[in-house]
Design a protein. Sequence first.
Length: 249
Amino acid sequence: MSDEPRPHRTAAVIPAAGRGVRLGPGAPKALRALGGTPMLIHAVRAMARSRAVSLVVVVAPSDGAAEVRHLLDEHPLPERTEVLVVPGGDTRQESVRAGLAALPPDVTSVLIHDAARPLVPVDTVDAVVEAVRDGAPAVVPALPLADTVKEVEPAAAPGEPEPVVATPERARLRAVQTPQGFDLATLVKAHETIAVNGEGATDDAAMVERLGTTVMVVPGHEEAFKVTRPLDLVLAEAVLARRRATDAY
Ligand code: CTP
Ligand code: MG
């Protein structure tokens, strides 16, 4: 027996199997273009930009794995980065599980990153990786909220008035982003132990919280926003245009 700590190997899993219903009709969201390049390619590059990430697993729409493989071949990554493609599931949680199942046994920690957050800066990725390597079993980047948040009793039909139930103190709230970083064994255990029905878990850290494990928050970044609705695409195009003008991005 050796007391040597196991060497770290960090992989990134990118769930990209969603349709993007809230963005409106068209190709699956991850395949839509941003500055002429598919959103998914931006997200993969954002992970590969971190020197800590040596493997990226892309979870593709179940009928689109071949197309995604082709796109990745057309947009090569740095030589140090290996890429795998696996088909996704009906919920984000199932897609994440499919990505985790594809990880080789030498991976010790994992980042889960939404394909729909194509513009996350590498400094945010590195901050999450570092906190996990420093011993936190689960780490999420997050920002304080601009809006006050109300808890309501949801109306039966959309657009109907809804009674307010509570107003949580805004200063204690954070809006959570990705990549979320985990000790791999902890996240796998959460997936094995906790089943979330219906839409499944939309946040990986929440599954780890249910194990009773403490999740740590590190500062997120406003450019790590999720492209969800049409207006988010306008913002993403503007951020990309500014980067291309100022940093030869
Ligand atoms: N995702 C996935 N598999 C699913 C559903 C979602 O891999 N069955 C991924 C999406 O591709 C996205 C990320 O999870 O990168 C975050 O989900 P979200 O922003 O909700 O994307 P969609 O589910 O595609 O969008 P919508 O909810 O508007 O349909
Ligand atoms: Mg969704």
